[in-house]
Design a protein around this ligand. Structure first.
Ligand code: HEM
Length: 508
């Protein structure tokens, strides 16, 4: 009996050892295979040396590397070291039409964001189709109806947040815009109950800043230690606190709305929270906690992106005052022709403003690359190059914006570049709008995950700028005429949030 038992144990151990060996061999072989596949792709910046040296060069001069790669590898994809120390695969835009056809099970936006944002620990919702769906199906079609409301929120928020500016007054413009955008967007996202609540607004504004801090803190940990150490990081615990605070804010409102929805005559509010509630059963969203997390996700996608874009435009405007008068005239005429208010038609008529916004975004997109995707299944491109599963790809959007073939005299900031192109005909009119996305206009991404919120963002930014340009003269402090440089880190480029602009009320 004893011998039989021992021989059984020995047999089991042998089987387990063989299984383990086979498993290790498989992992080893697939790693070798993966590395061999990667090694077939050319590298930009190889002369710097090993991967750590290339990473350092990337941190100092990512923009230069992407531009060099764009010139060197017009028809091929190549590798670049990134801030993470992981090589990313840079894809030239000629491959975009074939990549856009691939399903998410092959090329995943959600997975790329989840890994970049360390979603496992930060909890940011990256795979919740209800968010993009509600924006596309409910928010964008509602804009014509909502624009008067958005406009009055812009007016009110600007009155609250801007100082009187009877004489030249310095304004820390980035944070001022963050508060204006948070209030205006809040009206559309959560509705009247919460959008003016200072504590809720602070919760949303701080959440985004803290989320980026938490993501950086997790990235600093070695990957193997993250499951144990990341949940204990104070930055991650602070995010959990924020989620609780947001849930507590939303709970009574969600409860009241759910109760009211039992009444067939209930006039449902016209905001994202309500549209999400209407669709929650279809997407399996039950709890208020989940709804709160989705709200935080929308806030993360919307507030700082919109505020940074608007800040970039105002920094450009302060350094190119020759544009103020023609823009002011266009805005005045458009509003006058719409009965003195900013209607959807008036916004559409602000084509010079639209062009100025797009030209600023061409020079100062939020990042030097676009179309971040994780490759879940290996892809063979039409030129025969193979991109293995497990890699990240990106497109060098800023280099595209600097290409003279697409943008003649691309170094020249021409605020009315797109306005002039739009005047050429119907096709050119459609191709050159602020919200347009295509292989040459990548600031809002590309393909089926291109930013669904860009139509709302465009309206909101135009309304804020229309008010600012009509009501104020704007200039840099200390008589500086150069545009404030953006802060660059790796592939990101942000307007310097510590800079002031001077504002003075226009005398009428
Ligand atoms: C000027 C402001 C904004 C910029 C520059 C911007 C930029 C982007 C970019 C680059 C992407 C990735 C697209 C891709 O890789 O193909 C994206 C996605 C997204 N954006 Fe925006 N965005 C802005 C405003 C907004 C606003 C106001 C909202 C919400 C109302 C929003 C909601 C989203 C969502 C939900 C996604 C993910 C889409 C998906 O999962 O399919 N964004 N945005």
């Amino acid at each position: 009996m004893g011998l039989q038992f021992l021989s059984g144990v020995s047999h089991t151990l042998q089987t387990a050892s063989v299984a383990t060996l086979i498993f290790v061999a498989c992992v080893f072989i697939s790693q070798i295979n993966y590395k061999a596949q990667l090694a077939r792709l050319p590298i930009i910046g190889a002369e710097a040396g090993g991967s750590e040296k290339r990473r350092k060069v990337y941190l100092q001069s990512a923009r230069k590397l992407y531009n060099e790669g764009y010139e060197k590898f017009k028809d091929r994809v190549y590798r670049i070291a990134t801030a993470d120390g992981v090589d990313s695969i840079v894809v030239t835009p000629r491959f975009l039409p074939e990549l856009r056809r691939l399903p998410d099970s092959v090329l995943s936006f959600g997975q790329a964001i989840a890994e970049t944002m360390e979603a496992k620990y930060t909890n940011i919702p990256t795979d919740e189709p209800i968010v993009a769906h509600t924006i596309r199906a409910d928010l964008t079609p509602a804009l014509v109806r909502l624009n008067p409301l958005i406009c009055s929120e812009v007016d009110e928020a600007m009155k609250d947040e801007m100082p009187p500016c009877e004489d030249w007054t310095p304004v820390l413009i980035y944070m001022t815009l963050v508060r204006i955008v948070a209030k205006v967007s809040g009206r559309v996202f959560v509705g009247p109950e919460l959008c003016h609540d200072k504590d809720y607004l602070d919760c949303g504004i701080n959440y985004t800043i803290e989320l980026i801090g938490a993501q950086r803190a997790v990235k600093k940990l070695r990957p193997a230690f993250r499951p144990f150490l990341a949940p204990r990081l104070p930055e991650i615990q602070r995010l959990r606190e924020r989620e609780k605070i947001a849930t507590n804010f939303l709970r009574p409102i969600v409860q009241a709305r759910r109760n009211a929805m039992k009444d067939p005559d209930y006039q449902k509010p016209d905001d994202m929270l309500q549209w999400s509630l209407n669709r929650s059963a279809d997407f399996g969203i039950e709890s208020t906690e989940k709804l709160a997390k989705l709200q935080l996700g929308i806030i993360f996608a919307a507030i700082h992106t919109t505020s940074m874009t608007t800040t970039n435009i105002l920094y450009s405007l302060a350094a190119s005052p020759e544009y103020t008068q023609p823009l002011r005239e266009e805005i005045r005429t458009a509003i006058a022709e719409s009965g003195g208010i900013i209607t959807t038609r008036a916004l559409q008529q602000m084509e010079k403003l639209d062009s100025y916004m797009k030209e600023t975004m061409r020079f100062y997109p939020a990042g030097y690359t676009s179309f971040p995707r994780k490759v879940l299944k290996g892809i063979t491109l039409s030129n025969g190059q193979y991109i293995p599963a497990g890699t990240f790809i990106e497109v060098p959007s800023h280099a595209v914006y600097q290409d003279n073939d697409h943008y003649p005299e691309s170094d020249n900031f021409d605020g009315f570049r797109f306005y002039k192109l739009r005047k050429r005909g119907t096709v050119e009119n459609a191709r050159n709008q602020f919200v347009t996305t295509n292989e040459q206009s990548l600031a809002f991404g590309y393909g089926k995950h291109a930013c669904p919120g860009r139509f709302f963002a465009a309206n909101e930014i135009k309304m804020i700028l229309a008010r600012a340009i009509l009501e104020y003269d704007i200039k840099n402090v200390d008589g500086a005429t150069e545009r404030y440089p953006n802060l660059e880190m790796g592939r990101t480029s942000v307007p310097d949030p510590s800079k002031m602009l001077l504002f003075k009320k226009v005398e009428v």
